[in-house]
Design a protein around this ligand. Structure first.
Ligand code: GLU
Length: 598
């Protein structure tokens, strides 16, 4: 059971963030290969008693319909996720994994369901090492059969529905089956994602080509797109439930398809019947930490994202209380330094706790966060800071891993009329995952989120590959509480940068009291070990106080980048819920009362 303990903090100091509209330009970043939506400058917002925000209008409509017919937020998650599997397969689906943070109003409890993909019991630690003893290039690994972890999304939906659903399981599949069978008009993003997948490489997957590139070209923009095989997989899961997926016909087809693809290279390892049959959703303990007068809760390991958000907010809070003559630059400086320190810790200490014990309490306790904050200098930046040594880590002698790449992920938030709140991040890893399919569903490449090397100079890496282990994730679904009740839910795709986006957004929403629309349009800051990265489309050079120069004066090496965040958030304000979808993607906010579109 989840306990909320709140401590009152002094009123916050005024911080400045920018809330100008974002002019967007299509960009491809190979490390995070999802584009931003070039022409979208409208922000979808909605307010009401019950609100849903997903990354696609059809998924939001399905979730809203579910709420209208008396479904809970969990029913809405099942409806939205199954529709996303059809209309946004580049980001999530039945062949991927997910994390759910769920507030159950009736029992006043917060749950964290872990449906992360899992490595086969047969896996060996050197799958990403070539015969020359080198790390396999990441792009090559994404296509490999070995990259496919046991999917967790169907099991998570089933378990979440068992605990929190109200409508029949099958009812929540109606819309997705209909869309897969009868077709939908492909969105511009869907078509762009297919082009991206072509650039990443699809020669290894005839099935991808036949479904997503019929006759060798992109699906037509104005013609209904169908995926009959996916319709039948969804129908099967709807009727047979979880056993049909992990132990029945879907499992048989999946293993058969993998074996067929494996036929030319038996040495390539992949998942087995036993791996599917043994898959278990993990009920984890959410991690929570006070931030000023709020209690911020997120996902524990194997996510490193939640820990990073809570640590970064912790150091930021301590340092932002100190008065500064250059308050505006100081805000960005402190944010960058806080994120860089948190990154150093997650690169070092986080992995699936079945392998090494994670010093989780130590990483989040006040004394440790204070110690980390004291390492931040207000007058100069620190390049490549070291990880700390939290309590509980004394017996661990680990090496750090480099940051992971990613790209195919989605986030959705729902609050229903009963007061339940869901914050759900779901992923197939790279755009269209491995680009391999079975039963019309995209298969993930989530095992490329493991460290490619298992040790450095004999010291093990926490996120090394091990049988039945889950790769470290950055996915960070968040629910914020005030006086023991949920007041905000948020999350985003974005690979390693997810906790950076979320920390920016939470400071905007909580400290600056920005509306959801303002939060999703504010300029974002991210970090690398030696750089501070400002949003390219953020028009920073025209910022009132010349933030760029201010940061440079503090020693920051500045880089500019476009960010493909996909923030989805809902915030409680003045007696109702308000939601907004990130304009960098094609998301949609809908409510049971008034829908607004600005
Ligand atoms: N696979 C990544 C993770 O679990 C997410 C990729 C993305 O967000 O685009 O952290």
């Amino acid at each position: 059971m989840f306990k909320l303990a709140l401590k009152t903090y002094k009123p916050l100091k005024l911080l400045l963030l920018f809330t100008l509209p974002v002019p967007l330009v299509a960009q491809v970043n190979w490390k995070a290969p999802e584009t931003i939506d070039a022409k979208k400058n409208l922000v979808s917002t909605a307010s009401g008693e019950a609100v849903v925000v997903t990354a696609n209008p059809l998924a939001s409509a399905a979730a809203l319909k579910t709420l209208q017919t008396g479904g809970t937020a969990m029913d809405a998650v099942v409806s939205a996720q199954t529709v996303l599997a059809v209309v946004e397969p580049q980001s999530s689906g039945l062949g991927g994994g997910a994390f759910l943070l769920y507030w159950d109003q009736a029992t006043k409890s917060l749950s964290a369901l872990d449906g992360r993909e899992t490595a086969s019991a047969q896996i060996e630690e050197d799958i990403w090492i070539t015969s020359e003893g080198k790390e396999m290039p990441w792009l090559m690994a994404t296509k490999s059969l070995s990259a496919i972890g046991v999917p967790g999304t169907p099991a998570l939906l089933w378990e979440g529905h068992r605990q929190f659903g109200r409508l029949p399981w099958e009812t929540n599949f109606k819309k997705s089956i209909h869309l897969a069978k009868k077709g939908f008009i492909p969105s511009p993003r869907f078509l762009r994602s297919i082009s991206l997948a072509q650039k990443l490489g699809i020669n290894h997957s005839l099935t991808f080509q036949s479904i997503y590139l019929p006759n060798g070209s992109l699906p037509k923009q104005k013609t209904l797109f169908r995926n009959q095989k996916l319709a039948s997989t969804l129908s099967h899961l709807a009727k047979e439930g979880i056993n049909g997926f992990y132990r029945g016909a879907i499992a048989n087809q999946l293993v058969g398809d993998l074996r067929f693809q494996q036929k030319n290279n038996q040495k390539v390892q992949t998942i087995t019947h036993e791996d599917l049959a043994n898959y278990q959703v993990q009920n984890r303990n959410p991690i929570c930490r006070k931030y000023r007068s709020w209690n911020i809760c997120s996902f524990p390991p194997p996510s490193g994202g939640g820990v990073a958000v809570l640590q970064a907010l912790g150091t930021y809070e301590l340092l932002s209380k100190q008065p500064s003559p250059k308050a505006k630059t100081n805000h960005w400086h402190l944010l960058a330094e806080s994120l860089r320190l948190a990154d150093a810790d997650r690169s070092h200490w986080i992995g699936d706790p079945i392998d090494f014990p994670i010093p989780l309490e130590g990483l989040l306790e006040d004394d440790y966060v204070e110690e980390r904050a004291s390492a931040i200098q207000t007058s100069t930046t620190t390049f490549n800071p070291l990880h700390g040594k939290p309590k509980g880590s004394e017996s661990l002698d680990l090496a750090s891993q480099p940051r992971t790449a990613g790209g195919g992920t989605t986030h959705l938030v729902v609050v229903d009329t009963y007061g339940n709140v869901a914050s759900y991040t779901s992923s197939v890893e790279t755009v269209f995952g491995s680009r391999r399919l079975s039963g019309g569903m995209i298969l993930n490449n989530q095992l490329t989120d493991f460290s490619f090397i298992s040790n450095v100079g004999g010291k093990p890496i926490a996120n090394r590959i091990r049988p039945r282990k889950r790769p470290m994730s950055s996915m960070s679904p968040v629910i914020v509480f005030k006086n023991d009740r949920p007041v905000l839910a948020i999350g985003s795709p974005g690979g390693w940068l997810i906790p950076h986006y979320i920390t920016n957004a939470l400071i905007g929403a909580l400290d600056l009291k920005l509306s959801p629309k303002e939060v999703v349009t504010q300029k974002l800051l991210s970090v690398q070990p030696n750089y501070t990265v400002l949003e390219k489309n953020g028009n920073w050079s025209k910022a009132p106080t010349n933030i760029h120069q201010g940061l440079k004066n503090l020693g920051h090496q500045i880089k500019y980048s476009s960010f493909s965040s996909g923030l989805a958030l809902i915030k409680w304000d003045k007696g109702s819920w308000h939601g907004a979808a990130d304009p960098r993607r094609e998301g949609k906010a809908l409510s049971l009362q008034v829908e607004e579109r600005h």
